[in-house]
Design a binder for this molecule. Structure first.
Ligand code: ATP
Ligand code: MG
Length: 341
């Protein structure tokens, strides 16, 4: 049975970028494949403090992350859907150490996200921040996951996970790990033309990020819906004066068209066609603002309906599964590297 796996780091409040790039892709794939695939949706909570956070809020944020997975539409009664916390499956960190020792320093140093994040947090660049893509490789390889629905920003890390897996398989002359599909295949599997990157509302040349300090740049999932609508109304656009999908020259407008299409489950080409030739950026913003406002209103109602009992039951079942699968894989790797008979 193939495995489809993804996770969203619990550090700050997730954004609609996370919702569209990770949650929604996963929910759609679960609808399509849960009958004959494992659907692993975990909270990478050990990744949460690779950059500084308020630790007193972390536990609640992790539980909220689980609520969001359920509210986004994962069917928790399906026996093939597994929700778990990385920190509650110790094999993740165990395998990460082993993978560290098979990852050339130079290769890990090429990760562009490390470079960007260490500039952003220049007073707190930790070994953990450097190492996080290798823990991410362990998260994926432990479960033999073939498909990993991710936003565009994570494809370099996925490539690293593939390289590490291929290197280990070659070194030990054994198929220790299933190698995750390459980027093009992942994108096709998600029914996309290319990797998804929702842009910042303030600077649409950058991606929307939950850790951004600028609240205006992002729509967080717990934003007041009316306030969120205002953020859309004041989103940065351009002075071309015509509505066109052109990520290079009109990234702000193209971002709004993308959000409009995806939140309404519509084909992006149809939305582009609806607006072709129109010139009022105000009208487009009003429409997207309404879409975002009703999306948040409905989503927040669904979040409020998830109970503590559901979360407890889901984690118990999910973490039992995850430990069983991950420990078996870890034992296989420990045998290969020679620390277990
Ligand atoms: P941070 O700023 O803390 O890194 P983030 O918003 O980048 O937060 P991550 O936890 O790093 O979120 O990523 C979780 C998932 O969400 C990944 O699959 C990532 O590719 C996806 N994702 C993040 N931002 C976007 C975005 N703007 N558009 C599409 N997908 C995104
Ligand atoms: Mg990120």
């Amino acid at each position: 049975m193939q495995t489809i796996l993804t996770g969203v780091r619990a550090n700050e409040e997730p954004t609609i970028g996370n919702f569209l790039g990770a949650y929604k892709s996963m929910v759609n794939l679960a609808h399509e494949h849960a009958a004959d695939s494992n659907i692993n949706m975990f909270v990478p909570d050990l990744h949460s403090f690779t950059t500084p956070i308020d630790h007193s809020k972390l536990y609640a944020q992790v539980i909220k992350g689980i609520k969001y997975y359920i509210a986004a539409g994962l069917d928790i009664d399906n026996p093939n859907i597994h929700i778990y916390r990385q920190s509650h499956v110790p094999a993740h960190s165990e395998l990460a150490w082993i993978l560290d020792c098979f990852t050339p320093f130079g290769e890990a140093s090429r990760m562009t996200q490390f470079k960007e994040k260490s500039e952003e947090h220049s007073n707190a660049v930790t070994v953990g921040l450097f190492n996080y893509p290798i823990l991410m490789a362990a998260d994926i390889l432990l479960y033999d996951a073939k498909y990993v629905p991710l936003g565009e920003d994570q494809f370099q890390h996925l490539e690293l996970a593939r390289n590490i897996g291929i290197r280990m398989n070659n070194k030990f002359n054994e198929e220790l790990f299933t190698i995750p599909a390459p980027e093009e295949e992942q994108v096709k599997f998600m029914h996309l033309e290319k990797g998804l990157r929702i842009r910042s509302l303030v600077d649409p040349t950058k991606k929307m990020s939950k850790s951004s300090d600028n609240a205006k740049s992002k729509i967080s999932l717990n934003d007041n819906p009316a306030e969120a609508a205002k953020k859309i109304m004041s989103a940065t656009t351009d002075s071309e004066g015509i509505i066109r999908f052109d990520m290079i020259n009109q990234p702000g407008i193209s971002n709004l068209l993308t959000i409009e299409a995806l939140l309404n489950d519509r084909d992006i080409q149809d939305v582009i066609a609806d607006w072709a030739g129109q010139t009022s950026y105000g009208d487009l913003k009003k429409k997207v603002a309404q879409t975002v406002e009703s999306f948040l209103t409905e989503f927040q109602e669904k979040v409020a309906a998830v109970t503590d009992e559901q979360i407890e039951a889901v984690l118990q079942k999910g973490e039992e599964y995850a430990n069983r699968v991950a420990n078996a894989k870890l034992a296989q790797i420990q045998r290969a590297v020679g620390v277990r008979k």
